[in-house]
Ligand binder design. Structure first.
Ligand SMILES: *[C@@H]1O[C@H](CO)[C@@H](O)[C@H](O)[C@H]1NC(C)=O
Ligand SMILES: *[C@@H]1O[C@H](CO)[C@@H](O)[C@H](O)[C@H]1NC(C)=O
Ligand SMILES: *[C@@H]1O[C@H](CO)[C@@H](O)[C@H](O)[C@H]1NC(C)=O
Ligand SMILES: *[C@@H]1O[C@H](CO)[C@@H](O)[C@H](O)[C@H]1NC(C)=O
Ligand SMILES: *[C@@H]1O[C@H](CO)[C@@H](O)[C@H](O)[C@H]1NC(C)=O
Ligand SMILES: *[C@@H]1O[C@H](CO)[C@@H](O)[C@H](O)[C@H]1NC(C)=O
Ligand SMILES: *[C@@H]1O[C@H](CO)[C@@H](O)[C@H](O)[C@H]1NC(C)=O
Ligand SMILES: *[C@@H]1O[C@H](CO)[C@@H](O)[C@H](O)[C@H]1NC(C)=O
Ligand SMILES: *[C@@H]1O[C@H](CO)[C@@H](O)[C@H](O)[C@H]1NC(C)=O
Ligand SMILES: *[C@@H]1O[C@H](CO)[C@@H](O)[C@H](O)[C@H]1NC(C)=O
Ligand SMILES: *[C@@H]1O[C@H](CO)[C@@H](O)[C@H](O)[C@H]1NC(C)=O
Ligand SMILES: *[C@@H]1O[C@H](CO)[C@@H](O)[C@H](O)[C@H]1NC(C)=O
Length: 780
């Protein structure tokens, strides 16, 4: 443990040192590598597989690729070729200046290898000079390019080039004269003067021999032939300017007599197949490259794969991916429509539109809507269109419905009614305009189980508003003239009485208005009076209903401005709440009496049994018609009988009014008192008889003989008071309760009147009402 602690710093230091060294070595290697890729001489860049001979540490494929750099004039020198002369045929290595270095060729200055004519001393004959330029044989990488040419310049001499196409014999031919004819590759004769001004050799007098295409000989022999001319025509001056040389037209300047040739090179290989080459240990190409075979060497060249750039040599620049997207010239993407993404060795042009497919290339498929996407777009477009169409249809419908609602609203006198509603709202529970939807929801879309009752022109539904309030909603039947409800509406907005069913508001958005009333829970009076009803209304309750009804009707006739005639007073239109308080309802056929008018002429409306016979005959509607109906209702309260009954009563008494009048005239009214009241008759008899007398007055044939509704109301009020004040039976003889009221006089007067005006035979017996009938001191 102790040892460790002392050793630790040392180990750390050592490790750090090693790491530093490794790092330094790596850095040095990297620097060396960079330097090797940046060798230059004479402005010519030298890199793998070449190297400068003094660039120690830099790799080259073989010593054949080592080039010299002339320190004197900075020339890059190629010193792998040898030159033999006619004086000494043994080939010696020569230094040739490198004019250019390319990835598969090298350009050499061969001006020094030019051959010239030799003159005899007497100047008559010239002997041909001879030179041979040799390239080292395999595994040398170099061969002559077939772009080179052989040219003879001057006049009257022939030139010759001899080459061994196989390039496998570096020995000089022993007998050149023999070689001229035997192994000649080709040549040309400079025939003067016709051979002059040749554009191929800079407008000199010359002949040009084109190197046979496809041959890359390793060595060549070239010579100037002896003169073809006679001595007489020989001109020594011109003879001295005769010469011949190899040249490449692109690297030759004829005027300054500078001649360059092109050599081809490749990486030599024994193998003749791609696979063989690539599997050989000396294989020099990098990743992402391929090779091409060069049969003439034989060998191969490294090429970067398409999409990569570099020299293709593992020890050179290698091959690296080209970022085609950086440069719009390099990529084929359609500008604007695509986004270019570089990939390894390639790039993709992604169409910007999410709906388009294709390679996004100008030369490719470009960007287009694929059939599926086009279909999808077509389908979604049509779906969208459909949705839009449906949406607009509904919008238009909603719009029209709104317009329709508005129209109905106006048609229903909405604005006027709205004003009235607002006026009516003062000081009481406000009436409001309901929305169709609100009422639809309240009645479960007018479901039949919410139905409270149905009449000829309308149906009443029970409804529960959103706030929990129970209401009754009155709705016209389909196809029925909605004016009745409108009429009712017009009346209801004007009245407010505790014994008239409370009008809460209406909905004017439908063809016919919907009227909303308070819900009165205990049904109507008729139902409550019917035999078999489990609750038997006692006289006190009946009297109260009578009084309240009369009060409400009196209010309509007198207190309301203008006067309102109910026109359909009947027991089924008097609703009862849980306290048996009356609520007069159903103003469907009611009429507003124009101010100052005593009556209005209308078609007969009302309910059989309650209908005022005078109105029936004269069609003149007055408030006394309601009084008649009220009379019938009073009789109903007394007798508990139906106003009209054809089944249980003899035909002449089918009408309750007639039956009642008959019994009254007979003095037998007590026979028709509701038997359900009998057990209390001692207490109620006088009160009942008083109401009966009042009813009789109300049923007078002539309206003029009937009391006003206000009087009826007043009288019932008194009768009620009497009844409540004196629960004990009245024992005083001839004490007709109502006689003590002011109304008693009216009754007497009216009775008198009815006698004077004459009655129908049935009612003429009215006169014979015995006072004993009305004597409530005589209990039965
Ligand atoms: C290559 O060499 C030249 C000068 O010889 C120098 O200016 C240049 O920076 C070098 N480049 C690299 C990549 O080393
Ligand atoms: C090789 O020699 C040439 C000419 O003297 C010189 O310019 C160059 O720097 C030398 N290169 C090396 C790596 O020594
Ligand atoms: C020919 O050249 C070679 C090499 O330079 C030399 O060894 C030989 O002596 C020369 N022969 C003659 C005859 O000059
Ligand atoms: C050499 O360069 C030329 C032009 O720069 C090119 O076309 C050719 O493919 C290259 N050859 C190799 C082997 O890299
Ligand atoms: C020219 O000179 C050569 C020797 O130099 C000689 O052999 C020849 O005969 C001469 N020819 C003429 C025509 O004089
Ligand atoms: C050299 O070339 C000739 C013909 O061009 C051929 O016949 C001969 O076999 C070759 N020799 C060698 C050693 O390749
Ligand atoms: C090379 O050429 C010389 C002279 O023409 C000849 O003697 C020799 O046999 C040749 N060698 C081969 C291998 O062809
Ligand atoms: C060279 O060949 C020519 C023609 O074939 C012949 O005349 C001459 O004698 C030969 N010379 C030698 C040295 O063999
Ligand atoms: C010489 O150069 C010209 C223009 O630079 C070119 O068109 C022609 O192909 C070249 N000739 C050869 C043989 O390479
Ligand atoms: C060519 O093959 C021979 C024999 O197999 C071998 O000695 C030689 O090194 C090879 N040369 C090259 C460049 O592969
Ligand atoms: C070629 O690529 C492989 C894998 O990408 C790598 O292991 C290898 O070193 C690379 N070779 C060269 C010469 O870069
Ligand atoms: C790049 O990809 C395109 C499309 O996939 C293909 O047509 C092209 O040949 C590829 N180019 C290269 C260099 O791999």
């Amino acid at each position: 443990m102790h040892m460790h602690t002392t050793l630790a710093p040392f180990i750390t230091f050592t490790l750090a040192f090693i790491l530093l060294c490794v790092r330094l070595v790596i850095t040095a290697q990297q620097q060396q590598q960079a330097a090797c890729l940046n060798q230059t001489c004479g402005g010519i860049k030298v890199s793998y597989p070449f190297k400068l001979a003094n660039a120690t540490g830099c790799p080259s494929f073989s010593s054949f690729f080592e080039l010299e750099c002339d320190p004197l004039n900075g020339y890059l020198l190629f010193n792998k070729a040898s030159l033999g002369t006619s004086a000494n045929a043994t080939a010696d290595l020569i230094s040739l200046r490198v004019l250019a270095l390319a990835n598969n060729s090298i350009i050499l200055d061969v001006t020094s290898t030019m051959v010239t004519m030799k003159l005899t001393p007497n100047g008559t004959l010239c002997d041909g000079d001879l030179k041979s330029l040799l390239l080292p044989s395999f595994p040398s990488p170099y061969v002559f390019s077939d772009e080179n040419q052989f040219g003879g310049f001057g006049c009257a001499y022939g030139v010759l080039v001899i080459a061994n196409p196989a390039g496998n014999n570096t020995s000089f031919p022993a007998n050149i004269s023999a070689s001229f004819t035997d192994v000649s590759l080709g040549g040309c004769d400079m025939l003067c003067p016709s051979g002059g001004n040749n554009a191929e050799c800079g407008h000199n007098q010359c002949c040009v021999f084109h190197w046979p295409r496809g041959s890359f000989p390793r060595w060549t022999l070239y010579a100037a032939e002896r003169s073809l001319l006679s001595a007489a025509t020989y001109d020594p001056e011109s003879c001295s300017s005769n010469y011949a040389t190899l040249f490449h037209p692109n690297y030759t300047d004829f005027d300054s007599q500078k001649y360059g040739i092109k050599l081809m090179w490749a990486l030599p290989s024994n193998h003749t197949t791609h696979l063989g080459i690539m599997q050989s240990p000396e294989y020099a190409c990098s990743n992402f490259s391929t090779i091409s075979l060069v049969q003439e060497v034989p060998g191969y060249l490294c090429y970067c794969l398409p999409g990569y750039t570099g020299d293709g040599f593992a020890q050179g620049i290698k091959c690296s991916d080209i970022d085609e997207c950086k440069d719009v010239v390099q990529n084929d993407c359609i500008q604007g429509q695509t986004t270019c993404y570089n990939t390894d060795g390639n790039y993709t042009c992604r169409c910007k539109s999410p709906f388009q497919v294709g390679d996004g290339r100008k030369s490719g498929s470009g960007c287009y809507f694929s059939p599926t996407i086009r279909n999808a777009i077509a389908i979604s477009t049509s779906i969208l269109g459909l949705i839009v169409a449906i949406a607009s249809f509904f919008t238009v419908q909603v719009f029209w419905r709104k317009r329709l609602k508005r129209r109905y609203f106006i048609q229903n006198g909405g604005t006027q009614l709205q004003k009235l509603l607002l006026l009516g709202a003062r000081g009481e529970e406000s009436r409001k305009l309901f929305k169709v939807e609100e009422l639809q929801a309240a009645t479960k879309n007018y479901s039949s189980d919410m139905k409270l009752g149905a009449g000829g022109f309308g149906t009443v539904f029970k409804g529960v508003l959103a706030n929990g309030r129970v209401v009754a909603i009155k709705k016209s039947n389909k196809g029925v003239d909605p004016t009745q409800l409108l009429n009712e509406l017009e009346i209801m907005v004007q009245i407010n009485h505790k014994s008239i069913v409370k009008f809460l508001g209406c909905c004017l958005e439908t063809v016919e208005p919907l009227l909303v009333y308070e819900y009165v829970s205990n049904g109507n009076l008729m139902e409550n009076l019917r035999e078999g009803n489990h609750i038997i209304m006692n006289w006190g309750q009946r009297l109260k209903v009578a009084r309240q009804t009369a009060e409400a009707l009196a209010y309509l006739h007198g207190a309301a401005v203008p006067p309102i005639l109910h026109r359909d007073v009947k027991s089924s239109n008097v609703l009862l709440d849980n306290n048996f308080d009356a609520k007069v309802a159903d103003f469907g056929v009611s009429r507003l009496v124009p101010e100052g008018a005593t009556h209005i002429s209308t078609a007969v409306q009302g309910t059989i049994g309650y209908l005022d016979p005078e109105y029936f005959q004269t069609l003149q509607l007055t408030e006394k018609s309601d009084v008649y109906s009220m009379g019938v209702m009073l009789v109903e309260l007394i007798t508990g009988l139906k106003p009209v009954d054809n089944n249980n009563r003899e035909p002449r008494f089918a009408n309750l009014a007639l039956l009642f009048i008959h019994y009254m005239n007979e003095g037998r009214v007590e026979d028709v008192i509701d038997p359900r009241l009998h057990n209390d008759l001692i207490h109620t008899r006088c009160s009942i008889l008083a109401v009966a007398t009042l009813a009789l007055l109300c049923l007078s044939l002539h309206g003029s003989q009937r009391p006003l509704m206000s009087h009826v109301s007043e009288e019932l009020h008194h009768i009620m008071d009497e009844f409540l004040d004196s629960p004990a039976p009245l024992h005083q003889p001839h004490d007709l309760g109502y006689h003590r009221t002011s109304f008693g006089a009216v009754v007497a007067k009216d009775l008198q009147l009815s006698v004077q005006t004459g009655r129908t035979p049935a009612s003429s017996s009215f006169m014979s009402i015995d006072s004993s009938v009305l004597d409530c001191t005589m209990p039965r």
